[in-house]
Design a protein around this ligand. Sequence first.
Ligand SMILES: *[C@@H]1O[C@H](CO)[C@@H](O)[C@H](O)[C@H]1NC(C)=O
Ligand SMILES: *[C@@H]1O[C@H](CO)[C@@H](O)[C@H](O)[C@H]1NC(C)=O
Ligand SMILES: *[C@@H]1O[C@H](CO)[C@@H](O)[C@H](O)[C@H]1NC(C)=O
Ligand SMILES: *[C@@H]1O[C@H](CO)[C@@H](O)[C@H](O)[C@H]1NC(C)=O
Ligand SMILES: *[C@@H]1O[C@H](CO)[C@@H](O)[C@H](O)[C@H]1NC(C)=O
Ligand SMILES: *[C@@H]1O[C@H](CO)[C@@H](O)[C@H](O)[C@H]1NC(C)=O
Ligand SMILES: *[C@@H]1O[C@H](CO)[C@@H](O)[C@H](O)[C@H]1NC(C)=O
Ligand SMILES: *[C@@H]1O[C@H](CO)[C@@H](O)[C@H](O)[C@H]1NC(C)=O
Length: 499
Amino acid sequence: MTLKIWLQAILLICGVFFKASGAFVGINIGTDVSNLPSAVDIVGILKAQQITHVRLFDADAHMLNALSNTGIEVMVSVTNEEVLGIGELPSTAAAWVNKNVAAYVPSTNITAIAVGSEVLTSIPHAAPILVPAMNNLYKALLASNLNYQVKISTPHSMDIIPRSFPPSTATFNATSNSTIFQILQFLKNTKSYYMLNAYPYYEYVKSNGIFPLEYALFKPLPPVKQIVDPNTLFHYNSMFDALVDAAYNSIAALNFSGIPIVVTETGWPSFGGSKEPDATAENAETYNSNLIRRVSNDSGPPSQPTIPINTYIYELFNEDKRPGPVSERNWGVLFTNGTAVYDVSLSDSDSLGANSSTAFCIARPGADESSLRDGLNWACGPGQANCAAIQKGQPCYSPNTVQNHASYAYNDYYQKMRSSGGTCDFGGTASLTTADPSYGSCRFIGSGNSSMGGLFPPAALGPIGPSSGSSTSIVLRFGRVVAVVALLVLLDLNLRNIL
Ligand SMILES: *[C@@H]1O[C@H](CO)[C@@H](O)[C@H](O)[C@H]1NC(C)=O
Ligand SMILES: *[C@@H]1O[C@H](CO)[C@@H](O)[C@H](O)[C@H]1NC(C)=O
Ligand SMILES: *[C@@H]1O[C@H](CO)[C@@H](O)[C@H](O)[C@H]1NC(C)=O
Ligand SMILES: *[C@@H]1O[C@H](CO)[C@@H](O)[C@H](O)[C@H]1NC(C)=O
Ligand SMILES: *[C@@H]1O[C@H](CO)[C@@H](O)[C@H](O)[C@H]1NC(C)=O
Ligand SMILES: *[C@@H]1O[C@H](CO)[C@@H](O)[C@H](O)[C@H]1NC(C)=O
Ligand SMILES: *[C@@H]1O[C@H](CO)[C@@H](O)[C@H](O)[C@H]1NC(C)=O
Ligand SMILES: *[C@@H]1O[C@H](CO)[C@@H](O)[C@H](O)[C@H]1NC(C)=O
């Protein structure tokens, strides 16, 4: 092995450790499910999917027991029904903490308590009791000496921010100012974080097609549809980023800073009724795959680029017992038998959609040759691809080009490692294709029969190549800005009419 390969291996290992403390993607576990698997089976599924963070909507004893000694981080929830009692009586709060948190820590790694769910918008009459409930729970944690390990917060709906676009001018609904002010004060004092439920699906549907679907799905936007905040000139590549920034700006408008946002719910339904045409498996797969990729890159939204957006996908299983529109029962990523509702892949291509099961990972045409050589060395070395077929005299040796050999090695690595989170990236020198690159007696391993593996990247399994910054950067040109501002004025007018 050359020194370079060793260095890359070390970089990769450092990358793994670094990522471990970087952004995470967890999952919500709703339980309105007929034939809900046992807690032990659910935890088995979580482990098979390499899921590291879960949010429960309650503090179910079976789940908390099953999650013990798994290393999985757990957010437990006070239900909306419980908030009132806990807010009224400190002793109720203490009993709740003892029964649902202290009894399980440290073997079950409970790191947060979500107090209620969207209390300010779903049961606004309970608003006055919310902060007292949080305070009472905090005092109970303090008494158990758990206040450093377990954070307390409360998940908010985007509905608390009446006009989220443009993000720079977003503010909380003024009728909630005083409660939100107290919540932010609490979060600041206890070094906790703001919990945000952000659903581009609902925002997109609500906007009546004013925002492009690509924007909601994290797909690249054509130049004429770029979304720019006219005050900050920040480009928004995704509605997800814009919603998170709207919340950051609303917090800033109340003169708070340094409170990170964690997205406690986001996702996309895979099936809907006749009036829900955007609830499709293809969109759900695209949204969640791109979301995972977005969050995993560790960057924050444009206004807070250094704060990663830790995120919980909504949700693990389809909750078939939930009332409401058809889509309401179709947010899950897995069936209860543990098989995937759709293939959530970490592929680097936006266009493959639901068809990624036939994807091959090849060297990107036109990729820089020395970067390709690095990628090839990495794949055949630390990446453990089987590179026998590209050795002299073997079926895939000819044509003897770096491009050809890299394609073979990248694909071999990708097909084997995809299920455990390996990506088709290689420092931006690789791309996915549905066209089978096999030729003559040189057969590329096909992914057609690869089984569903880890939904979530354990860490940066894909190599961190030297040229990962090579993706197309958006150049701001004057003409484009004018077009964009004009579009925004249009959007703004339309939104005012609708909302
Ligand atoms: C629990 O999670 C926290 C936060 O990631 C971590 O620092 C700690 O080591 C974990 N504890 C256990 C017992 O796994
Ligand atoms: C603000 O909240 C109040 C009370 O929940 C509600 O009646 C009002 O419509 C909201 N305002 C906006 C602009 O959404
Ligand atoms: C509520 O807070 C906003 C800033 O987010 C401020 O502009 C507004 O005046 C406040 N309204 C009331 C009624 O306090
Ligand atoms: C935030 O601070 C500014 C400047 O100190 C002040 O003018 C403004 O009233 C404050 N806003 C709120 C909502 O407290
Ligand atoms: C991470 O995601 C942000 C937002 O989409 C993007 O601007 C940035 O270029 C990405 N960074 C990398 C290294 O891919
Ligand atoms: C899992 O459940 C789904 C939905 O009920 C079903 O379509 C699929 O065939 C099942 N898979 C296995 C392996 O049992
Ligand atoms: C992928 O798409 C092609 C063309 O649209 C289609 O023929 C093929 O059956 C699809 N494969 C899968 C696995 O969906
Ligand atoms: C599926 O993959 C396995 C191992 O990669 C291979 O042995 C098997 O022949 C493949 N099956 C089909 C139908 O391609």
